[in-house]
Design a protein around this ligand. Sequence first.
Ligand code: DX5
Ligand code: ZN
Length: 224
Amino acid sequence: MRVKIAPSVLSADFSKLEDEIKAVEEGGADLIHWDVMDGHFVPNITFGPLVVEALRDKSRLPFNVHLMIENPEKYLKRFVEAGGDIVTVHVEACKHLEHTISTIRKLGAEVGIALNPETPLRTVEPMLDKIDMLLIMTVHPGFGGQTFLKSMVPKIKRARRKIDDKGGSIDLAVDGGISEETAPLAVRAGANVLVAGNAIYGGKNRKLAIEKLRRSASTWSNSG
Ligand code: DX5
Ligand code: ZN
């Protein structure tokens, strides 16, 4: 399965977001990951739909908005209008998950569901055939540059098994602490979308960072 690379804008230079987004598109990224934080669901605050909207016409890549916010239902329409192609909500933040899923769909966007590290997979299992992407947090959400939680590997494996059992073709994304070292662990466990902030925007060369990540993700099959 081809691995998709999703650079997280959270670690980009906010003073030149247009350049940062273009650099990863030219560098071979598959989608742009926007970490929206409200200071309630997570302790940090980032940006809202206005920023996403301002950058929408600067890239042809799909925009994945990762809503780390309370009451995401309230803002779904706004984020789709702003240009979100895949809207990812946290299961912990949704009171009526099925309703939220169908609302995103009705708005015309693809549906992503994210799980915090401590949230069990069973909370979303019945929804796997209703969504387009399952995102497993491999750090506690809120900040970029944290260490990948290796304890999440069995959860990624179980998620891959459940997705395959259902015969689905949804994306399985991992988010947090993804690097050349940890990408192979996640891909070997069954992830096919790698969200990466620090690994891509932490250095100088975005294209090289994406290539290195892609190469590392493909080495596991050779090295066992
Ligand atoms: C964490 C965010 C991640 C984060 C990833 O709350 O959801 O998308 O930015 O950043 P790195 O790759 O630096 O861990
Ligand atoms: Zn994220």
